[in-house]
Design a protein around this ligand. Structure first.
Ligand code: BDP
Length: 324
């Protein structure tokens, strides 16, 4: 055997012994590192890396450094990114059925949302997402959203008149604010702080943890509890990344996502209380609205318009409303 042949044989043997290259998964996240969703995404990444013995190495990119949410949705759909935590609000543009989750007051409370999303109806949403390139593996909590603004407490729909609110990218939210007599501007989350500060908008709406972590409470101190939206969020993997997995790895990834969601929901409940206490201590004025039903009743035209435009989704709305 010549030297070259020995060397070659050795090199081949080394090649065979080297394990298959790890799949590097890039994950999108809009929130800062200490947010419940971020911690849960890290748990997901760690568990997947460990249990697949490094065959998949997920890395989470926090703080929306990989782009805005609507862009990130596109990127996960086309396989440019591998996983993400997405809110179902901006998803409505891509997966029409998920718009049902953006109807104001669709859920009675967060407990009902959990029951619905963890059961057969949640599976229907997962099926709809799967048709658009997104594999929803588990559902995170996002609490309920309320309005906050720079001007005054909102106690009745009348108080919303003439005010300009930032909403997420979905026409249903524009209609929602319209029906209350305000003006809505869809805007990227990262632009809201500056826009509140400079008076481009008067207010926005979100849950306590985001009102806190985004620092919006520093510039918009009136937080009025309307609880008008309860929007679930998914831990989604791109179909391309999912389809490339062996059955064994699919089971590992699914289980890690379920574990992450369980952790997220526990952390969420704690964080809601902590954030509320923090913003109040910092001077936020939180008020209950006088007549929550007045806000709910004002949404009738939003439902009517939606059902007229999407008659096929009426039964899904009814199924959610009648579930407990
Ligand atoms: C937060 C959601 C996040 C949204 C953000 C927003 O977790 O996905 O992008 O609200 O208002 O509560 O844009």
């Amino acid at each position: 055997m010549t030297f070259t042949r020995i060397a070659l044989t050795g090199a081949l043997a080394a090649l065979v012994a080297v394990p298959a290259l790890a799949e590097q998964w890039r994950g999108w996240n809009i929130h800062p590192e200490d947010y419940p969703n971020s911690i849960a995404l890290e748990t997901f990444a760690k568990e997947v890396a460990e249990k697949t013995e490094g065959r998949i190495e997920p890395q989470v990119y926090h703080n929306a450094v990989l782009g805005d949410q609507p862009d990130a949705i596109e990127q996960v759909r086309n396989g440019g990114l591998d996983f993400a935590n997405f809110n179902m609000g901006p998803m409505g543009q891509i997966v029409p059925a998920t718009n049902v989750l953006s109807l104001p007051f669709i859920f009675k409370d967060v407990d009902q949302m959990h029951v619905v999303m963890d059961g057969e109806i949640g599976q229907r949403f997962s099926d709809a997402l799967a048709e658009e390139g997104l594999v929803a593996l588990s559902w995170f909590d996002s609490g309920s959203r309320s309005f906050y603004n720079t001007k005054q407490p909102i106690e009745t729909p009348e108080d919303v008149k003439g005010m300009k609110f930032r909403v997420m990218n979905n026409d249903l939210y524009v209609q929602m604010v319209d029906q209350l007599g305000g003006n809505a501007t869809p805007m990227a989350y990262g632009e809201v702080y500056q826009s509140l500060k400079t008076g481009v908008i008067d207010g926005a709406e979100n849950n306590y943890p985001s009102y806190d972590s985004s620092n919006h409470f520093e510039v918009a101190k009136y937080y009025s509890i309307t609880n008008h939206l309860i929007i679930p969020e998914c831990l989604c993997v791109s179909t391309a990344a999912w389809d490339a997995l062996s059955d064994e790895d699919k089971a590992i990834v699914k289980e890690a996502a379920v574990t992450a969601a369980k952790q997220q929901r526990e952390l969420w409940a704690e964080r809601e209380m902590k954030s509320r206490a923090k913003v109040e201590a910092a001077g936020s004025q939180i008020n209950e609205v006088k007549d929550p039903k007045a806000f709910q009743d004002a949404m009738a035209p939003v439902y009517e318009g939606f059902i007229k435009a999407n008659p096929d989704l009426e039964s899904l709305i009814k199924d959610i409303q009648s579930s407990s």
